[in-house]
Design a protein around this ligand. Structure first.
Ligand SMILES: NC(=O)c1ccc[n+]([C@@H]2O[C@H](COP(=O)([O-])OP(=O)(O)OC[C@H]3O[C@@H](n4cnc5c(N)ncnc54)[C@H](O)[C@@H]3O)[C@@H](O)[C@H]2O)c1
Length: 448
């Protein structure tokens, strides 16, 4: 028997009953806690039907609860911090900078043995020249099915400098699309800046740090006793990231750096010599630098807002740093010192404040000048790249407006740029070393 087709009128009626499309509908979606599988990430969302039965909008909020802690003796068996994270998980998967492994590997292994936590450790060479997609691939092999097969909620332990925190953080962001990690920064740069940062990356072929993902560690542990074995040149290098926060955000930190900066370099943050008072100053400087940095960086997870004082010194330098083969900190101080001269040209800063900024860098042996600044094509290319990176709206170059404050330059014409370079060159040519500082060049460029 052939069934009669339903009357078109009744189909319309039926659809009308089913469809929510007659009016706009908003559903707030809070996922119940009982379904939550991550200790650190939560989120909720909202879905809004437009009412035309053909489109809807979704908004989602992602929340990460991260923590940054100053600790003493992170690998001392008596320190419970890491054991508390890993003992109930039954193992610790760790990626450790090869040099750090040579220096602290025994302590790290002893720590986990003492706490009876099986340790799977990958020792990874992490030179600036290793900051490549190939290194990220190798790390993914270790984390993935061919290696430790980490679970999506298993925090990987990353122990090393800024190079390792960038590449290992990126590998964690790719593994299962987001695997948490705990960062123990072993250089000054990694402890106060690259380590807690959400910006993980590898270098691109011409532009530093250009390939990456936003993936901050869930826990950052800062133990300045690890700075004892650093080359003094690397302690000095790290000071640049402290100075940038002092100049743009924290005048008290600036004064502490003026007064104690050279001693902190010399004593590796009161780990070689130094008295109790200097130890307190060292902790205060680290805490202030971290707090100021994370206040701006940690709360602006996807860099969607460009009020980023910590980008001071980082506008032109990502282009000239690899071209001149400079150490990161020196390239940043050259960028900051030039930025201070530019701010004077623009009427934003007085010469006395510019001199305080430049003198602070110089008192620590950091560079304030390199002839690559005179290559205007490179400088303009740096600006062009930075406009793309920062979202096309403008240059958003932080420049100081005093000690402890800054504003953002949107346009820097080639004429203004050239004029500021000329003035800066003239200023620096009066210094006995021409503003080169100590050990400005990278040393780890060769192959093993
Ligand atoms: N993601 C970010 O927000 C961010 C911020 C700042 C810097 N960075 C990046 O960080 C990198 C620079 O980091 P870095 O200065 O830590 O350099 P690095 O990672 O190259 O470390 C410097 C050297 O010190 C060694 N080392 C590390 N810890 C040691 C220790 N405790 N004792 C002795 N030697 C030790 C390393 O093996 C390396 O040879 C750059 O690539 C820069 O782009 C990233």
């Amino acid at each position: 028997m052939v069934q009669a087709k339903p009357h078109p009128q009744s189909v319309t009626e039926a659809l009308k009953k089913l469809s929510p499309s007659e009016s706009e509908q908003i559903i707030q979606f809070n996922h119940p806690e009982k379904y939550r599988t991550s200790e650190w990430y939560t989120g909720h969302g909202e879905i809004t039907a437009s009412g035309d039965g053909r489109s809807f909008e979704i908004s989602a909020t992602y929340t990460l609860r991260g923590e940054v802690k100053l600790v003493d003796g992170v690998f001392e068996p008596s320190n419970p911090t890491l054991a508390e994270v890993y003992s109930h998980r039954g193992r610790c998967v760790a990626i450790v900078d090869r040099t750090v492994d040579e220096l602290f590997g025994d302590s790290i292994r002893r720590y986990f043995e003492y706490h009876e936590i099986p340790l799977k450790l990958l020792s990874c060479r992490a030179w600036e020249s290793d900051k490549t997609p190939e290194t990220v691939h190798q790390l993914l092999k270790f984390l993935g099915k061919d290696g430790c097969d980490v679970s999506r909620n298993e925090p990987v332990l990353v122990v090393g400098g800024g190079v390792l925190s960038d590449v290992a953080g990126l590998a964690c962001s790719l593994q299962h699309r987001r695997t948490p990690y705990i960062m123990v920064g072993t250089t000054v740069v990694a402890a106060i800046d690259a380590g807690p940062s959400p910006r993980t990356c590898t270098n691109g072929s011409q532009f530093k740090n250009s390939i990456g993902a936003y993936h901050p560690p869930v826990l950052t542990l800062v133990d300045r006793s690890l700075f004892r074995t650093l080359a003094t040149g690397h302690v000095r290098n790290g000071m640049a990231e402290i100075i940038k926060m002092a100049v743009t955000d924290d005048p008290v930190l600036f004064e502490l750096m003026e007064q104690y900066g050279p001693q902190l370099v010399e004593t590796h943050f009161a780990t070689i010599g130094g008295d109790e008072e200097l130890e307190k100053i060292a902790d205060e400087v680290i805490y202030r630098a971290l707090f100021s940095y994370m206040k701006h960086e940690g709360t602006n997870m996807f860099e969607t807002y460009q009020d980023r004082p910590h980008a001071y010194g980082h506008t032109w330098s990502p282009r000239f740093e690899p071209a001149a083969k400079l150490m990161h900190g020196h390239s940043v101080t050259i960028g900051m010192a030039f930025g201070a001269s530019l701010a004077v040209e623009m009427g934003w800063l007085g010469t006395e404040e510019r001199d305080r900024i430049i003198n602070l860098c110089r008192s620590l042996g950091l560079s304030v000048y390199h002839p690559i600044l005179e290559d205007i094509d490179i400088m303009l290319e740096g600006q062009k790249n930075m406009r793309r990176k920062r979202g096309d709206g403008g240059l958003w170059a932080p420049l100081p407006t005093g000690i402890g404050s800054c504003d953002y330059a949107q346009e820097v014409s080639s004429g203004l740029l050239q004029g500021a370079v000329d003035k800066h060159k003239q200023l620096c040519s009066a210094f006995p070393d021409g503003g080169s500082g100590k050990e400005m060049y990278l040393r780890d460029l060769g192959l093993e």
